[in-house]
Ligand binder design. Structure first.
Ligand SMILES: *[C@@H]1O[C@H](CO)[C@@H](O)[C@H](O)[C@H]1NC(C)=O
Length: 142
């Protein structure tokens, strides 16, 4: 009967391990929409992203802003608690928070007036398409 030598077996195991890690990474990578002030829109997949963000009035002209959010840029434990409540009976589809940023507290040169921002977070691929707020909410239904 055919049998692999020990060195071939360990190479085979290593290849299996590497491909498993690659597959796990691919499964956990989230795809979000991203746009900029010039109106350029694209999708991006990132292993660090846990949520996609949708800011209904986030561009200078009041249009929607889309991006991805990872643990490297902010503490996501509050969102993870909210989304973790899902059961067959109940699902959190998106979480929207209204925030105040007072950059003058860091440096008065950064602007005297605080900025207010309504921001929604969702966690499925492509869930943050920058459309109207009503269309964003309708697209969360699944
Ligand atoms: C994130 O916030 C939670 C709850 O406030 C806290 O327990 C945790 O230590 C924080 N994690 C980091 C990395 O700051």
């Amino acid at each position: 009967s055919f049998s692999l030598s020990p060195i071939m077996m360990s190479i085979h195991s290593l290849l299996l391990l590497v491909s498993s890690i690659y597959l796990i990474g691919a499964v956990h990578s989230l795809t979000c929409y991203i746009n900029d002030d010039e109106g350029n829109l694209r999708t991006q997949s990132d292993e660090d992203w846990k949520f996609c963000s949708f800011i209904p009035f986030g561009t200078p002209n009041g249009g929607p802003r889309a991006s991805g959010i990872g643990a490297a840029t902010e503490n996501l434990s509050g969102y993870e608690t909210l989304f973790g409540q899902n059961s067959p009976l109940y699902s959190v589809l998106t979480t929207c928070i209204y925030e105040k940023y007072d950059f003058s507290k860091i440096n008065p040169k950064l602007g005297a007036d605080p900025e207010y921002m309504l921001r929604c977070i969702c966690n499925t691929n492509g869930c943050n398409k920058p459309t109207s707020f009503a269309k964003f909410l309708a697209a969360q239904k699944h």
